[in-house]
Design a protein around this ligand. Structure first.
Ligand code: GTP
Ligand code: ZN
Length: 422
């Protein structure tokens, strides 16, 4: 697995570093591999007061057979895990604090990885035997789109953690107001809160937390009437048509396994979710929507072209310009991308993206597992890409992809864009 993004560190970056540094890292890796499996990390996000801490306490007090380390984090440059670390004990309802020695500055991992990720890896290396799962509660105003790519690491970097999924809590009684007015966002400056830097309908932190979620827990259902709860659910589905939604009181989800934990949201693509994404939600949110693009089965050569097209979308936030077909479009921004592409002369590919990082993998054992929930066979023959983001509901995406795939190779000179990926 190799996640790709502009400027995203990969194993290749390490190989270009000084020899002694590589040695240091390899020694570290051996230690990690001796300890065995990677530890999954679930990011719990959601607006101020939505019920994140209530959810964590609920998880810690229930029996789930896991020893879970909880990290409460103001995720940023200064990582202070020391004071905030508790681990659940599967044999009791008590959570206990565990000691953690912070990493000195200047280590190789920190220079190629996000400092927060490196600190958590260090924690796993020190304490890996004491827990088998990590929950990271972000602050209420965090944008998970900034956190997720940092945790979604290139295999080659040899991390001992992996991002399992993002769970977003919303407050049923207040979420619509937060989406419409950006309640709480207004206090932040533009620099602190890039959500407001956009033109067009207001894009709030609440939108960002919903658009990046793999699971959305609509909490405090006791505070609203059933009809209102349905409206809230419909609006959230119109923003993020891929996430699984649960309605709860006191954050009490029906079960943990596969509902909140062990989602494998970044290494599986749920076929059924893809099938229904972007279909018929009456209440659209103006700022963020989910849209699906289908196209007929392609071959390996065309798959490469699709990948290049995706790079234009994610890396340049542009549709490629080709002289033979000018496609007019409104500026867009993609937060999440998932897709399944059957290939005529090769294995079916699954594609995942978050902001400008993406990964294309062959449908493997996990993909097969998802088939049990899949729609009828004819739907599996077509390729499907689902986009979540700003201004993704545009016919231009389909037109652009069609033109890009039909475009003749000899016609290269007609690329108006920089064309370096052609
Ligand atoms: N009525 C009602 N209150 C709830 C529910 N869930 C949580 N609360 C209350 O809502 C308040 C906020 O809950 P927290 O779990 O602290 O929310 P949080 O998202 O961690 O809040 P921050 O850390 O401040 O962002 C607390 O007083 C909870 O007891 C619910 O389902 N219904
Ligand atoms: Zn909290």
């Amino acid at each position: 697995m190799t996640t790709k993004g502009p400027g995203k560190p990969t194993a290749f970056d390490l190989e270009t570093r000084p020899q002694d540094a590589i040695l240091e890292l390899k020694t570290g890796l051996q230690d990690v591999s001796l300890k065995g499996k990677k530890v999954p990390i679930t990011v719990i996000t959601g607006y101020l007061g939505a019920g994140k801490t209530t959810l964590l306490n609920y998880i810690l007090s229930e029996q789930h057979g896991k020893r879970i380390a909880v990290i409460l984090n103001e995720f940023g440059d200064s990582i202070d895990l020391e004071k905030q670390l508790t681990v659940s004990d599967p044999n009791s309802t008590e959570a206990k604090a565990i000691p953690f020695i912070p990493l000195p500055n200047g280590c190789i991992c920190c220079s190629v990885k996000d400092a927060g990720v490196a600190a958590i890896e260090n924690l796993v290396q020190q304490q890996g035997g004491n827990f088998d799962y990590i929950l990271l509660e972000t602050t209420g105003i965090a944008d998970p789109g900034r956190i997720a790519p940092d945790f979604w690491l290139d295999e080659g970097l040899g991390s001992n953690i992996y991002l399992d999924g993002i769970v977003t809590l919303v407050d049923a009684a207040n979420v619509c107001k937060q989406l419409d007015e950006g309640v709480g966002d207004a206090a932040k400056t533009l620099e602190e809160n890039p959500a407001h830097q956009h033109e067009g309908p207001l894009l709030t932190t609440c939108h960002l937390q919903i658009s990046h979620a793999d699971v959305i827990v609509i909490n405090k259902k006791d505070l609203v009437k059933e009809a209102e709860l349905k409206l809230v659910g419909d609006r959230i589905k119109s923003i993020n048509g891929l996430a699984k939604i649960h309605f709860t009181e006191r954050s009490q989800v029906p079960q943990f396994e596969g509902v909140l934990l062990d989602l494998h949201a970044y290494d599986t693509v749920d076929d059924a979710a893809l099938h229904f994404a972007g279909k018929g939600h009456s209440h659209h949110d103006e700022a963020i929507t989910t849209e699906a693009i289908t196209f007929s089965c392609i071959d390996e050569a065309k798959l490469k072209r699709v990948e290049k097209w995706i790079q234009y979308l994610l890396w340049d936030e542009e549709l490629p310009r080709i002289a033979s077909a000018t496609v007019e479009y409104t500026k867009f921004e993609i937060h999440r991308l998932k897709g399944r592409i059957p290939v005529m002369d090769g294995p079916t590919r699954l594609i995942q993206g978050v902001r400008n990082t993406y990964e294309i993998v062959e449908e493997g054992p996990r993909g097969e597992a998802a088939v049990t929930k899949s729609p009828p066979d004819e739907n599996r023959k077509a390729a499907k890409l689902v986009l979540i983001g700003r201004n993704v509901k545009q016919k231009a995406f389909r037109d652009s992809l069609t033109a890009w795939l039909a475009w003749d190779r000899e016609d290269r000179s007609s690329v108006l864009s920089d064309g370096y990926r052609v």
